[in-house]
Design a binder for this molecule. Sequence first.
Ligand SMILES: [Zn+2]
Length: 378
Amino acid sequence: MQRAANRQDIRQYARQGYVGQRSNRRVRLRSTRRSSRRLWSRSRHQGAKLAVALLLAVVLVVLVCLGWTYLPAVFGHWAAPTPANMSAPGNEPGTEPGTEPGIEQSAQPLSNAQDFATPLSVAELNDTGFVQLVNQEHSFSAELPQHVLQTAYPTVDALSEDILVHATALEAVAELAAAAYQEQVGSLVVNSGYRSYSEQAQLYDEAPDKSYVQQAGFSEHHTGLAVDIELLATGGSPAAGDSFSQALTDEASSMEEAGEEQARRAAEWTAENAWEYGLLLRYPSDKQAVTQVPYEPWHFRYVGLPHAWYCWKYNLCLEEYLESLQESGGYQVTLQGRTWYVSYQAQAAQDGVVYIPEGLNYEVSADGCGGYLVTAWN
Ligand SMILES: [Zn+2]
């Protein structure tokens, strides 16, 4: 009993003690708060000053950090539409290509909802020719309407003032060049565009190495949709222009030079990012067996979206792309906020009819192999 009572007492004492401690703590807290209030009230002015100073310091540090990172890009952007012969924005090496929005997307089979059902006579349609295959087996025999051609300069930097490019391709190249400049890749320069039959014939006759030059009638340059691009040397010296060709074909000998290292990076960046502007690296190093043309890091062909994206995403050259479409019949994909529908119509040339969708924008191009590609978007 005694023990039990003691235990009870102990518990009671403990409870009282606990309560007491709580009370004491309350008292202590209250007194601390009072003294804090006093302290705060005494030093409210100094405290406020200190807080404001601290905040300003933090803001200053953040601004300095941000400025360090982004100012060159911002200035680059302001200077983006570069006139010819303007120097690149410094010797900084090209920045990383960054996130690749297109890599996440994948092509889906054409949904039934998008009916390509409205017939259109091939004779009446406006054939853009954007995906027309021109290679050693597929000649370009059409007469290119001259009004679609435009002088490359001053829309983009060009090595000569009389270089002509298809207006749609030129717009794409200009956007690509502006992006390259903004990304501090360097100043891209067009050194060749449209070529007439006779110009190509002369070029072929005079070329010591004919592996890079096609015979007249079989060059993509006849379409006006192909451009050869190189990098204007940093420092703006045109005589020292490091071309993509030098940088990528003479790999072993020329890599020591910083300028050529930059050209190599620029060529890589361009190959990786050109699709966003509808442009295609036409002769990749791993496709020589298909294209019959050696690696040409400087030669880009406008095919438009989503075709350039598809080739980039699935690592196909134009020959392989058209072949895959002949099998699949088409696809759809959402890119840059738009859904694109591509319908391959193998019988179009034979039947003289293509089928277009209702209620969508569309473009039609012969593929040069007897079929037509209808590209629609919302
Ligand atoms: Zn070329």
